[in-house]
Design a protein. Structure first.
Length: 482
């Protein structure tokens, strides 16, 4: 009888049956087990039976494959015992904001929270981006001998800087003094804030080998080693909560600041979007072309997704910890949303923004969340049915139309006066703000629902502090009977 050299293979249906039974095992382990089992079975079969169908047809083939199947199951089971698979994240008890509120002084001004929930407010609430910053002489004076990230890492300093603008303005929210780049730092990347240049990563993130090492080092921090490169990512994700411990200085700053705010206004916690953090880490310094991230998304999208997945899980855990430390609302900055064409934004940013909000809301169901897709007007329509409560819009969008659109979707709008307004003479600022609100909302006979006023990208170092005072007052005056 002619003997063919056709290798023995598990039939697809048999393979499926076993795979269904072993769904909890990682696919790579199952594939490896099958390869091993097939080789074993083939070696054990007498040569005359090694034909495509065998002398007794398909039945004998299945019979021959039984030991292979059993062996596959045994190998998978053994692997699970000897090499631990990524643990399932520990289910946490959901925490309500009321439980956290009980630990802090009562809130005297809840305007922003009421606006996010769609409750009536007696004035438009307002805060601005970079309200703690170099436009304030007291900020310059207090920080002159303190390196940028050391300010973020010292809760006393971060608290002082967050509270400084409250000495001057009747603000409706404070944002904790920190930076979006503390996450890459916490993941083990070096970030320097260089005067005149902004953030710089001395080692740009460009290769899989660099990222695998970052994952390996993160796992070593939580006592896990010996995981193959391909499987590391799931282990890192499973340990995201523990990895967020590295940012305990932010949580301490939040607790201290909320206590010292003494209920004057809610405190905002924040993080950067995974995509935005990825851009900073890969480009490494200021860029106008975004060459490196663009090359990466079009040549190795799977690798990009792997990084974004880790970032998203760590961001979510970081935000959850900020809430537990006292943050009363959260904002996610997708500051580099504009780098992506709309289709690619839907692939590389939106799913991770959504994942963050879902993970946070699972554990902190009633925490208000705002998302800022900067300079990406196309993003608005995709955020109307996202888990975010409010979208922060930039000055490229029409306030009235965006507000109506989001209101119809049960969400609110934050934004979006152009910061260039702050270069007008102080008296003119009042006029411009009144006009801008009237254009969007009419004569002011009603205070718009679900609206928080804000100022584009915020205050620049060369802006007059008096103009922010005029801005805040004019916002508050809108809709008030003269
Ligand atoms: O009041 C506040 O807003 C202070 C807290 C805060 C926030 C919310 C700071 C302090 N940074 C941020 C967020 C942040 N950081 C964003 C998102 C907001 C945005 O899109 O503008 C971004 C992109 C960063 C990264 C960053 N930090 C840059 C680069 C900006 C760019 O164009 O790429 C720079 C220059 C910084 C430094 C920084 N962070 C914060 C301040 C006050 C400063 C300026 C440095 C200083 O005043 O000493």
């Amino acid at each position: 009888m002619a003997v063919t050299a056709a290798p023995v293979r598990a039939t697809p249906s048999l393979r499926n049956t076993i795979q269904r039974g072993l769904r909890t095992a990682p696919p790579t382990a199952i594939a490896a087990a099958f390869r091993l089992a097939e080789a074993e079975a083939e070696a054990a079969v007498e040569p005359e039976f090694r034909t495509a169908a065998g002398p007794f047809g398909e039945a004998s083939r299945l019979l021959l494959l039984l030991p292979a199947a059993l062996l596959a199951a045994a190998v998978v089971a053994a692997r699970r015992v000897w090499a631990p698979t990524a643990p399932a994240p520990v289910a946490m008890m959901a925490v309500t904001t009321a439980e956290i509120d009980a630990k802090f002084p009562p809130l005297k001004n809840d305007g922003v929270l009421r606006a996010i929930r769609g409750q009536p407010v007696d004035r438009i609430p307002v805060w601005v981006m970079r309200q703690a910053g170099r436009y304030l002489p007291e900020y310059v004076d207090y920080t002159k001998d303190k390196e940028f990230f050391s300010r973020c890492q010292d809760p006393e300093v971060a608290c002082t800087l967050t509270l400084q603008p409250f000495e001057r303005y009747d603000l409706d929210a404070g944002i904790i003094f920190s930076d979006i780049l503390v996450i890459p730092q916490a993941l083990g990347m070096e970030v320097k804030m260089i005067k005149g240049q902004g953030p710089v990563f001395p080692e740009a993130l460009r290769t899989r080998e660099q990222w695998y090492k970052i994952e390996r080092d993160l796992l070593a921090r939580v006592g896990v080693s010996g995981i193959p490169d391909a499987e590391q990512v799931d282990h890192v994700v499973a340990h995201a909560a523990k990895l967020a411990d590295a940012l305990s200085y932010v949580y301490d700053a939040i607790t201290l600041t909320r206590t010292r705010l003494n209920g004057r206004a809610p405190l905002i916690g924040f993080c950067g979007s995974p995509w935005t953090l990825f851009v900073y880490a890969v480009e490494a310094k200021k860029t106008k072309t975004y060459t490196e991230v663009s090359k990466m998304i079009f040549t190795d999208p799977e690798f990009v997704h792997r990084i974004l997945k880790v970032m998203a899980h760590v961001c979510a855990e970081y935000l959850i910890r900020q809430v537990k430390a006292g943050a009363q609302m959260l904002q996610v900055f997708d500051s580099h949303a504009n780098v992506l064409p709309p289709k690619q934004w839907r692939e590389f940013s939106l799913p991770y923004l959504t994942l963050i909000a879902e993970l946070v809301k699972k554990e902190c169901p009633d925490i208000p969340m705002i998302v800022l897709p900067k300079d990406a007007p196309f993003a608005l329509e995709f955020l109307t049915d996202s888990p975010y409560d409010m979208v922060s819009i930039d000055p490229t969008l029409d306030l009235g139309k965006s507000h109506a659109k989001l209101l119809a979707a049960g969400k609110g709008v934050q934004g979006n006066m152009s910061p260039t307004t702050m270069y007008a003479p102080t008296a003119k600022v009042t006029e411009l703000v009144t006009e801008y609100l009237a254009d969007a909302f009419g004569d002011g006979s009603e205070i718009p629902k679900r609206y928080i006023a804000n100022l584009g990208s915020g205050m620049n170092p060369d802006m007059d502090p008096a103009n922010l005072g005029a801005f805040v007052e004019a916002i508050h005056a809108f809709g008030k009977k003269k």
